[in-house]
Every structure is written in C-alpha cells, then in structure tokens.
Design a protein around this ligand. Structure first.
Ligand code: PBG
Length: 327
C-alpha cells in the first residue's frame, strides 16, 4: 500500500457539506462599501460607458440606489462627485464648500437613514482644474503641505455634513495626522479615518477618471501614488498611517495587488480595506458581456480572493450585485 494514498485531500472536498466545514473565507454584503458617483448636470442619471451598470447619479437616483443596496444588506457607501468643468479651479475650492454636491448628498442620506455608513473621499482631483489630487505649483510640482491644509478643510466640511468615515485618497505625506487633529479640534472625535495607505499609480483607474472627467491635465500621479513595482514601501506607509492615527488602512487596486493586501494584513492589527477599482470591474464586465466569462462566478471568485488575501472590507462597484447574488 502506498503511504501517499493514506492521505487523500480530496476526501475533504467530497460534498458541499464537508467543504462547508472548513471553508476559510466568507463573503457577504456586510463586507462591502459601495462606491457611487454623483452629478448635477440635469435631472437624469447618466450611464458610465466604461463601467456598465454604474451611473452618475442625481440626488434622487442616488437615494433609490442606496435603498436598493440596503435592501440586499449593503449599508455603507462612498461618494464621488462629477464637478462641471467650469467650476474646477486650481485651488479646488469647491471641495470644502458646505453647499456643494457631496455635503448635500451626505445630509440627505443621513437624514433618511441615520444608520447608513457614509464614507467620503478626500482628495482634490474632481475639483481641480489640473486633475491632480494635490495643489500644483507653477513648475508642475505637487505641493504637499499646502495641499494638506486644503484636505483638512475638505474633511471638516464632510464631517459637518455628517460623514461617518473620512477616506483620504490623495497620498500626501502627513495628511492623516493633520486631518485627525482638524477633526478632533472641531469636536468630531467619532469620525473615523480610512486611509488609502498603499495607493498605487495604477492604469486601472482609467474608467473612474472617465466617470468623473478627472484625469490629470498634465503629468501623472507618480510623485505621490506608489510605484506598482514596490511592496516594501507599503509597509512604510502602514507605519506612518498607524502612527498618525488612522482607524483603517486601504490597499488599492485590489486584485492585481493581493500580495500587498497580505503584507499589510500581517503588518497591522487595524482593519484592512481593499478597493476593487474601476478597471478591475470593467475587465470583468467586458469579458462577461461578450460571453467569455461567467460574470457571477468570476466576480464572486475575484472578491473572495481579495478577502482571502486579508481584506476585511472591499470597496467594489459589484457591492449591490453581490448582495443580490447572495440573497
Ligand atoms: C481620487 C481617486 C481615484 C480613485 C478613487 N479616488 C482616482 C485616482 O487616484 O486617479 C480610483 C477609483 C477607481 O478607479 O475605481 N483620488
């Protein structure tokens, strides 16, 4: 008798019941934050061509979408605004205007559903005529410390409107500490910070930039977002964000960066988030539309892999659909 055959790993896969005994990773609607786009150019929701199934919402259609998502157990959203070109400025002033689209959307959602978890993105790009996350100097440099001051104003405006979690995606140095101090200084000690800790200079953000018309008007984001070739640098960002008082850490993109998710998971005791970004979504959608992939199975597999790598929570355009699939 071959000793090799005493151990037959297949016995533990022989039926769904047995497989369920030792399944290590679970995926449910409670593991999602649902990213949603907003606009205010007319009163109809506008489909986003490169992200089938996603819309630029009006406040009304946003409310309907959130209601549908809550109906299938997704109770957290993150909001992104499409700002009309003529209101974008070099100083991105609209990002801290309390009467702008995002604060209005937050107030409306929180009024209707106080238990909804509203996450907001902190970065200047949708509001900047340069399309950069930070302020741009004459010579094209991205100004770190000057930008952080604006980010603090933006975070405070979002907190005043009722945001539960502030998510800085700008990758400026020192912004987590500065935002924490600004929030605490104004009494928002219960508002959390979900830091985009390891955010890469990725080509997978393409469809998102289409959706918001927010692509950089000059240069690229490589002096602030991380080099896709690196992972040790992510640990340095983890250390900084922890020391600066972040409550949760994020890796972005997710699917092509599972090793980084695992690394961050092992380096911190804080909750870890991962962002399955627009390009990851667009790839799955496009191949499924052509009949080349089985969308439900492939999306659930990709998302399960992100959880298996170590993400507690996933930002995904699939959030509502996952809720429907798993209902
Ligand atoms: C802006 C921001 C981006 C994304 C989230 N916040 C784009 C960028 O950094 O250029 C990308 C999300 C996605 O692709 O789904 N700071």
């Amino acid at each position: 008798m071959s000793p090799f055959l005493r151990a037959r790993p297949r016995r533990n896969r022989k039926s769904e019941v047995v497989r369920s005994f030792h399944r290590e990773t679970h995926l449910g609607p409670e593991h999602f934050i649902y990213p949603l786009f907003l606009h205010e150019e007319g009163d109809a929701a506008i489909p986003i061509a490169s992200m089938p199934g996603c819309m630029r919402h009006t406040l009304d259609s946003l409310q309907a979408e959130v209601e549908a998502a809550r109906g299938v157990g997704v109770n957290a959203v993150v909001l992104f605004p499409k700002v009309p070109d003529e209101r974008k400025t070099p100083g991105a002033e609209e990002c801290y205007d309390d009467s702008a689209l995002i604060p209005r959307a937050i107030r409306r959602l929180k009024e209707k559903w106080p238990d909804l978890c509203v996450v907001t993105d902190v970065a200047l790009d949708p509001y900047s005529s340069m399309g950069h996350d930070g302020l741009v100097a004459e010579d094209g440099r991205i100004l770190n410390d000057e930008t952080v001051e604006v980010l603090c104003k933006q975070a405070l405006s979002q907190a005043r409107a009722g945001a539960d979690i502030i998510a800085p995606s700008d990758m400026m140095d020192g912004r987590v500490a500065a935002i924490r101090d600004a929030l605490d200084g104004d009494g928002f000690t219960e508002v959390s910070i979900l830091s985009y800790t390891a955010k890469y200079a990725s080509a997978f953000y393409g469809p998102f930039r289409d959706a918001l018309d927010s692509a950089p008007r000059g240069g690229d984001k490589k002096t602030y977002q991380m080099d896709p070739a690196n992972s040790r640098e992510a640990l340095r960002e983890v250390e900084a964000d922890e020391a600066e008082g972040a409550d949760m850490l994020m890796v972005k993109p997710a699917g092509p960066y599972l090793d980084v998710i695992r690394l961050v998971r092992e380096a911190t005791t804080l909750p870890v988030a991962a962002y399955q970004v627009s390009g990851e979504y667009a790839m799955l959608k496009a191949a499924s539309e052509r009949g080349w992939l089985d969308e439900k199975r492939v999306a659930l597999e990709a998302l399960t892999a992100i959880r298996r790598a170590g993400a507690d929570v996933i930002l995904s355009y699939y959030a509502r659909q996952v809720g429907e699939w798993l209902a």
